[in-house]
Design a protein around this ligand. Structure first.
Ligand code: SF4
Ligand code: SF4
Length: 205
């Protein structure tokens, strides 16, 4: 008869003495270890609605949709937990590093699949000339804050950042004046309209 090797014998004795490795869930609640990647949650204070997390999400579980909600243009970010693979790329690539956090929550089992989502909404800023979305107000204010005085080089940034400036209402332009004339320089414009405005100002039509 072959004798058991000493190493295996030692392992067996240690396993008997140390008890089971598994947890007692569901008899007792399971507390995940530190650094566990569970349910991702948006953080109201840290999220600026830039959408970088959606670009990084490999499972397309985190999506961005711009649209009108009543009279108010909004950007909606949504995480579908039934698609999420809990990889943590959204948290890792978050622009502010405070917009989305993976929580230790892991028990998401439910019979109602439609309830497996979370969302956050941000007010959108639209181009005053063509109406496309420039970004969320929170994002533009955050960029202005990051670059400090340099924000004065971009009227869209500074006008959005200083919402209390109380600009004169757009007068619709003078007869015969082209769209995006000099008077439009101090307007909230998307990059495309800003370029047209600058090129027209420098080189004419
Ligand atoms: S701030 Fe972070 S969580 Fe919010 S949209 Fe941007 S990348 Fe996503
Ligand atoms: S944890 Fe991964 S899969 Fe889930 S929303 Fe974030 S990036 Fe997408």
């Amino acid at each position: 008869m072959r004798k058991p090797k000493l190493r295996e014998l030692k392992e067996a004795v240690r396993a008997v003495l140390s008890g089971p490795y598994t947890t007692k869930f569901p008899a007792e609640p399971h507390v995940p270890p530190e650094g566990f990647r569970g349910k991702p949650e948006f953080q109201e204070d840290g999220c600026i609605g830039c959408g970088a997390c959606a670009e990084a999400c490999p499972a397309v579980a985190l999506r961005v949709a711009d649209g009108m909600n009543g009279d108010r243009p909004v950007r909606r970010l949504e995480i579908r937990y039934d698609k999420c693979i809990f990889c943590g790329q959204c948290e890792l690539n978050c622009t502010t590093k405070r917009g989305v956090k993976l929580t230790p929550e892991w028990d998401l089992a439910t019979l109602d699949r439609a309830s497996l989502y979370t969302r956050i909404e941000h007010e959108l800023v639209l181009c005053e000339a063509c109406g496309v979305a420039v970004g969320t107000g929170k994002h533009l204010r955050w960029v202005a804050e990051q670059i400090g005085a340099k924000a004065y080089g971009n009227p869209t940034l500074i006008l959005t950042a200083d919402g209390g400036m109380a600009l004169a209402a757009r007068d619709g332009g003078r007869p015969g004046e082209p769209t995006l004339a000099r008077s439009d320089s101090m307007r909230v414009l998307c990059p495309s309209c800003r370029r047209t405005n600058v090129v027209r100002e420098l080189w004419g039509q």
